[in-house]
Design a protein around this ligand. Structure first.
Ligand code: AMP
Length: 399
């Protein structure tokens, strides 16, 4: 079965075409700067042939048409006929409380995704437009929605309830939902396989550390808590997002700086985190380089980032009443040995014994604690697209 996986954002669409017999990627790439000057398509097939073209892409329909064109291209394409695509899997950011698992897309499902769009106004409308364009361009092909929030729907009430008037939960659905669910699910399942244990017997903490970052407590294969909240702003320090702050800072700053809600939202989402503290960059590599060059604020940003992760690991060990394994994933988690070292260095009392040699790893699966370490830590590259492709195949085969 061949499955096209699409991640439709506001100005970009990322795609991968999978052959599910071997779970191999036949082609992948993205269209960028949709509706903005300088739009382009990047494409790479399994033989390593690459294409980068500047083309006018004014909307999602244009973008997906160009993707299909590339897949069918006589030189670099890997399909002879569009009907070779058996199904399309879409990443959808917010599924609210409606979706605890991936689902076949119907008109009713589209309506439900629209209903929860107010919880993710920057994401869901673009995800939906990818779905609607595919219904037009690939009529009759089964389409599946895979939600970032779904894996966390197993959280107990006490983990997802905010201590504000309960009516706001009832009226507007204000509660913790959590995100990066496909990633937390993938690496927690994978760590059980690597450890050769049944996931039902394991307590796992998964740290997805990238430009967006979140951490999850997973008990017996189910998410019981996670750091992102109603939106992806809560929790860890991120590239440009603040993560946890005292909520009273918001009216305080609005008052002092004469800001409206859009402006304060922008500051917390786009101007905070590593960028806000360091003043250097949202990219952790730049921040660490500046820190090494003696920039104090960059060093501080790095420390605040690491300390927040360490604090959450401690909290989740309490939430789980113990932990068997911690997993690092995402661009930073997979690649930044120094960050992993700083996080785990402060945790020797909780049973972590880092193996510094093993920890010198980038982007590949590896256990990074010593044989004697009571708690194991691993680097596991995430693969959200593969989870979307697998869920899509499963649903299409069983429909
Ligand atoms: P992501 O959002 O998962 O793509 O992760 C982006 C973050 O990963 C950025 O802060 C990068 O600095 C970091 N990152 C990516 N590659 C590396 C690398 N080779 N070494 C250290 N950090 C990296």
């Amino acid at each position: 079965m061949k499955i096209l996986v699409l991640n439709s954002g506001s100005s970009s669409i990322k795609f991968q075409l999978f052959n599910m017999e071997k779970e191999e990627v036949l082609a992948k790439g993205q269209v960028e700067r949709i509706g903005i000057e300088g739009s382009a398509i990047e494409y790479e097939n399994m033989e390593g042939q690459e294409v980068e073209k500047d083309i006018d892409i004014s909307n999602h329909r244009d973008g997906i048409e160009h993707i299909i064109e590339m897949l069918l291209d006589t030189e670099v394409g890997i399909l002879e006929n569009i009907d070779e695509i058996n199904a399309v899997g879409h990443r959808v950011v917010h599924g609210g409380e409606k979706f605890a698992e991936s689902t076949l897309i119907t008109d009713e499902v589209i309506n439900s995704i629209e209903e929860v769009s107010s919880l993710a106004p920057l994401h869901n409308p673009h995800n939906l437009s990818g779905i609607k364009v595919c219904q037009e361009l690939l009529p009759g092909k089964p389409q599946v929605a895979v939600f970032d929030t779904a894996f966390h729907q197993t959280m107990p009430e006490e983990a997802y309830t905010y201590a504000i008037p309960y009516e706001y939960y009832e009226k507007y659905g204000v509660r913790r939902y959590g995100f990066h669910g496909t990633s937390h699910k993938f690496v927690s399942n994978r760590v059980a396989e690597i450890m050769d244990k049944d996931k039902n017997d394991l307590k796992i903490i998964t740290c997805h550390l990238g430009n967006g970052a979140s951490i999850a407590a997973i008990d017996g294969g189910e998410s019981v808590d996670t750091s992102m909240g109603m939106t992806p702003l809560e929790g860890l320090v991120m590239g440009t997002r603040s993560g946890d702050i005292d909520p009273a800072i918001i009216p305080f700053l609005m008052d002092k700086e004469d800001l409206d809600t859009k402006e304060i939202d922008n500051i917390l989402n786009k101007e905070s985190g590593l960028l806000g503290v360091s003043g250097v960059s949202n990219d952790s590599r730049d921040v660490r380089q500046a820190a090494q060059d003696g920039n104090h604020r960059a060093e501080l940003a790095d420390k605040v980032f690491n300390y927040r992760v360490r604090k959450y690991i401690g909290a989740y060990i309490a939430a789980l009443n113990g932990v068997d394994a911690v997993v690092f994933t995402g661009g930073i988690g997979e690649n930044a040995a120094g960050v992993r070292e700083h996080i785990l260095d402060g945790l020797d009392n909780l049973g972590f014994e880092l193996d510094p040699k093993a920890n010198k790893v980038r982007g590949e699966e590896r256990e990074i604690t010593t044989d004697d370490s009571a708690v194991k830590a691993f680097v596991i590259p995430t693969n959200e697209e593969l989870v979307i492709a697998r869920d899509t195949e499963n649903i299409v085969e069983n429909k």
